[in-house]
Design a binder for this molecule. Structure first.
Ligand code: PGA
Length: 257
C-alpha cells in the first residue's frame, strides 16, 4: 500500500451561500462514518463568504473534515481591492488552498508565475497548496498534454524547497474533463499523474516525488472514483460538481466501501 494518505477535496466553486454551506457540511458529516476517514483525508473548499460559518460548524462538532479555500492573493496585505490573503485564510483555520485552478488561469489570467507566488504564500502561512495543472483539448489532440502539464508544474514549483514540495498536493485536471461529464480513462489519468510525479522528481528529488500527493480532477463521480483511486499514482480527487451534493460527495469519499 502507498504511504501517501489519499485526499478527496470538494471544490464548490461559486456555489452555496453561507446558510446552504452549513447545511451541506452538516449533511456530509452525518453521511461519513469515522471509518471513512481511516487513512483518507476529506476537505471542502467553499466560497470565501462561507468560510467563517463552515469553520464554526466544523469546530463545534469536531468534524474530521478539513477546511479549504479556492484561491488567495500572493501578498500578505495591501491595496488589492477585492482580494484575500493567505494569512487571513490561515486565521480561519483553513488548512488547504487550491491554487491555479484552470478556471482562474483561463477566466482570470493567472500565469505560472502568479501560481508560483501563490504556492509560496500558502506555504509561508503553514497551509497546504493544492496546485492545479492540466491541458486543453487542443493540446491533448496535438500530443502536447505532457509537455503542457510539465511546464505548469515546473513553473508552479520554481524555487519551492523540496521538503515543502513533499507536503504539497498537485491536482491534475484535464480541462476538457472539467464539468463536461467526460472523465479521462483511468489509464490516461494514471499516465498523466505519473508524468507529473516524474517532473516533481526532476525538480525536487525522488523523496519529494514519493511523498507529494497527486489528485485527479474532472467529472469525478461516485461511479468512477474507485477505478481512478486504484491507479498507482492517483492519490485522491479534486471534485467539482459532484461535491455540491453531500450524498454524492460522501459516496466519493467512502470509495473503499
Ligand atoms: P468537475 O470539476 O468535477 O465538476 O468536473 C472539477 C474541478 O474543476 O475541480
Amino acid at each position: 500500500m502507498s504511504r501517501r494518505t489519499p485526499l478527496i477535496s470538494g471544490n464548490w466553486k461559486m456555489h452555496h451561500n453561507h446558510f446552504e454551506a452549513i447545511q451541506v457540511t452538516q449533511k456530509l458529516h452525518y453521511r461519513l462514518g469515522d471509518h471513512d476517514y481511516d487513512g483518507v483525508g476529506v476537505s471542502i473548499h467553499p466560497p470565501f463568504t462561507d468560510l467563517r460559518s463552515v469553520q464554526t460548524v466544523i469546530g463545534a462538532d469536531r468534524m474530521k473534515i478539513a477546511l479549504g479555500a479556492q484561491n488567495c492573493h500572493a501578498e500578505e496585505k495591501g491595496a488589492f481591492t477585492g482580494e484575500v490573503s493567505a494569512p487571513m485564510l490561515a486565521k480561519l483555520e483553513v488548512a488547504l488552498v487550491i491554487v491555479g485552478h484552470s478556471e482562474r488561469r483561463q477566466l482570470f489570467g493567472e500565469t505560472d508565475d502568479m501560481v508560483n507566488a501563490k504556492v509560496k504564500a500558502v506555504l509561508a502561512s503553514a497551509m497546504t497548496p493544492i496546485m492545479c495543472c492540466g491541458e486543453t483539448l487542443e493540446e491533448r489532440e496535438a500530443g502536447d498534454a505532457e509537455a503542457k502539464v510539465a511546464s505548469q508544474v515546473r513553473g508552479g514549483l520554481a524555487g519551492v524547497a523540496a521538503d515543502s514540495v513533499a507536503n504539497m498536493v498537485i491536482a491534475y485536471e484535464p480541462i476538457w474533463a472539467i464539468g463536461t461529464g467526460r472523465t479521462a480513462t483511468s489509464e490516461d489519468a494514471q499516465a498523466m499523474c505519473a508524468a507529473v510525479r516524474s517532473v516533481v522528481s526532476e525538480v525536487a528529488g525522488t523523496a519529494a516525488a514519493d511523498c507529494v500527493r497527486i489528485q485527479y480532477g474532472g467529472s469525478v463521480k461516485p461511479g468512477n472514483i474507485a477505478e481512478l483511486m486504484s491507479q498507482a499514482d492517483i492519490d485522491g480527487a479534486l471534485v467539482g460538481g459532484a461535491s455540491l451534493d453531500p450524498d454524492d460527495f460522501a459516496s466519493i469519499c467512502a470509495y473503499r466501501s
